[in-house]
Design a protein around this ligand. Structure first.
Ligand SMILES: *Cc1c(COP(=O)(O)O)cnc(C)c1O
Length: 624
């Protein structure tokens, strides 16, 4: 095959064009590149820059300009839909910072969102504090969701006093009582929104975020109680927003249309009761097509941002017409689709585990046990006619040998010889099956056997916690050598001491390849990228095995307008993660002094202490 054909084949195999929104591709040298506005940069260059900065794998590469690209795409989609359906209300977006609270991320988001008056959403006290010290563009909205104690409400009131356009979205009547209490002392009150409980449910994994039994929102009775309470304090005019959020990663837009229609009915009813609603806040939930399959499976989304915006705006126009309403502003709180693309995790191969041994390791002995002789026979006389039968026999002989070994009836050498013979038989089976054009992929055992464990320097629990927690898919692929065919199948395994530290599903749902990743049979210098990790993963990351926060490096347009590495940040050291588990410095110092005191070996003490500054992951060439 020509190089170009191999590259095209790898593009297809890893479904790059399906999940990457055009941001990632493979260049003619077989390296993965990130591209934007006619420029591109190979990720191997970034990795090299990271190494030169003393940062080893695993690390996060951020592409802040992709936040900007997604914001533009998102905003334009709504702009276009408004023109198309002649919708007179405005569109205002807020970014829910729970999706990624990292300061550098938020700063870049606000920078790119400036022209669009992009605001922020907070769901807790700490999040609201972060929001209040961020440079929010003028005219941008701040919304407060989630369950709020008096302190949270007071922070919102302070936000209002600072002159921010802030809306407290009430989850319960109790919250409203609290807010009114503070108002009586502070004599000022932010705008108020009602989160409404819809009977329409979302679709997909997070559908429980809505529906009658949902954890969030006011029921019809509670809406009436809240209105009475507000009337009593002459605050009815402070209510300006209705909100619902039907869940993340909506797989199908129809559920959103249904929710808007249902919210429209409530809108019309509360208008009759004297509320002057300015905004309908439809929450977030736009799905990211992690698997690139444009399907209704959980890791995918059937629609594009453009289709979503069109459906939303059309339904709003239609719903307002039906109820004779003035067109409210549409507030969106999409997070995942804005943030996911901007970060990837780069890990690299430590070793291919269980690399099997060949006949050169066979140790001939005097009296070989029967199952061994049988395996030898099977290997020697296997052919195109009998290979399936012989392969099944071999499975039995291997089992016999294992039983004998546990009963002490054969030696470790016999056992090793049996494993080697069996390995050879499997390889011969696969070779014959391939030659005959047969699909051995159907045989789960052979498939498993084909897949080798690629031990990679990272932690699933830290890099892609959703892969472990909810089996979320993330596209994964090697970052170089893609001008060569991937002849191996691999399972990505991390360095935690946890059998769950394995990636079990890849970007090929509903196919036999789903459990295994096509990979090269390559050992040295084999970086692997895990894509679309910019949403939720960083804050859900945990420090299992005390493998901590990863190194980071940022690629952006530099002062000359060229894509380049612009900044970097060190990840956690051993000391950092110990501090996080309450081994404070004083404790570390006292205890280590105690143990080394009697030894009088300052050199050893220094060597020991130096590891406090080590990166928590594996270092390739040992300690320097
Ligand atoms: C989490 C959340 C969002 C963001 O949802 P995405 O699926 O990331 O777009 C928006 N609004 C509320 C209230 C949320 O809880």
């Amino acid at each position: 095959m020509q190089k170009a054909d191999v590259i095209a084949e790898n593009l297809r195999r890893f479904r790059v064009d399906n999940w990457s929104e055009g941001y990632f591709s493979i260049n003619e040298a077989g390296e993965v590149v990130v591209r934007c506005q006619g420029q591109s940069i190979p990720l191997t260059n970034v990795i090299e820059a990271a190494h030169n900065l003393g940062l080893s794998t695993p690390f996060i590469i951020r592409f802040p300009f992709l936040i900007g690209e997604q914001i533009k795409k998102f905003y334009r989609a709504f702009q276009h839909a408004k023109e198309e359906f002649n919708y007179k209300g405005e569109h205002k977006a807020v970014f829910p910072i729970k999706v990624n609270q990292n300061r550098h991320f938020i700063e870049r988001l606000l920078h790119y969102g400036k022209d669009f008056s992009y605001g922020l959403e907070a769901g807790s006290k700490a999040e609201l504090f972060a929001v209040l010290i961020s440079d929010i563009p003028e005219n941008a909205l701040i919304t407060c969701n989630g369950f709020k104690d008096r302190e949270f409400l007071d922070l919102a009131v302070i936000g209002k006093q600072l002159g921010k356009d802030i809306c407290v979205i009430i989850e319960s009547v109790e919250e409203l009582v609290g807010l009114i209490d503070i108002y009586r002392r502070a004599e000022t009150i932010p705008a108020i929104g009602f989160r409404i409980k819809l009977s329409s449910r979302g679709s997909g994994k997070w559908e429980k975020s809505s529906g009658e039994g949902a954890k969030f929102g006011l029921s019809s009775t509670e809406i009436l109680l809240a209105i009475d309470l507000l009337k009593e304090h002459d605050l009815l005019d402070r209510v300006n927003l209705l909100h619902f959020h039907i869940g993340s990663q909506i797989t199908n837009v129809r559920t959103m249309k249904r929710a808007i229609r249902e919210a429209g009915v409530i809108f019309a009813e509360v208008a009759k009761l004297g509320l002057n609603i300015k905004y309908l806040n439809i929450g977030g939930g736009i799905g990211v097509d992690y698997s690139g399959s444009k399907s209704s499976s959980l890791a995918s989304a059937e629609y594009s941002i453009e289709e979503f915006a069109n459906d939303v705006v059309f339904t709003m126009e239609d719903m307002c017409n039906k109820h004779g309403l003035e067109r409210p502003g549409i507030v969106t709180e999409s997070g995942r689709v804005i943030a996911a693309y901007h970060a990837i995790v780069v890990t690299d191969l430590v070793e291919i585990m269980g690399a099997e041994y060949d006949l050169s390791h066979y140790q001939q002995t005097q009296n070989e046990v029967k199952p061994l002789l049988e395996l030898k026979y099977a290997l020697e006389y296997m052919n195109e006619k009998n290979y399936i039968e012989y392969y099944h026999d071999a499975l039995e002989f291997k089992e016999d040998l294992r039983t004998m070994f546990t009963l002490g009836l054969c030696s470790l050498v016999d056992k090793s010889n049996g494993d080697i013979l069996f390995q050879e038989i499997v390889e011969k089976t696969i070779a014959i099956a391939l030659r005959k054009g047969e699909n051995f992929e159907k045989d789960p055992f052979l498939r498993k056997f084909l897949a080798e464990k690629y031990l990679c320097n990272f932690s699933v629990f830290n890099a892609i916690p959703d892969s472990w927690a909810i089996r979320q898919l993330f596209p994964i692929m090697p970052l170089k050598h893609l001008d060569r065919p991937c002849d191996n199948f691999g399972v990505i395994t991390d360095i935690t001491c946890d059998s769950d530290g394995v990636v079990n599903a890849y970007q090929f749902p509903d196919t036999a390849e789903n459990e295994y990743l096509p990979l090269h049979d390559e050992m040295a210098d084999y970086p692997i990228g895990i894509f679309l990790t910019g949403a939720y993963q960083e804050v859900l990351a945990n420090k299992h095995n005390l493998l901590g926060q990863m190194n980071e490096i940022s690629v952006d347009f530099n002062e000359e307008g060229k894509l380049d590495v612009v900044s970097s940040e060190q990840g956690d050291t051993v000391k950092d993660v110990l501090n996080g588990m309450r081994y404070d410095d004083a404790f570390i110092n006292n205890q280590s002094k105690r143990f080394f005191q009697s030894m009088d070996n300052p050199k050893l003490f220094r060597r020991f202490r130096s590891y406090l500054n080590s990166y928590t992951y594996m270092i390739k060439d040992g300690h320097d």
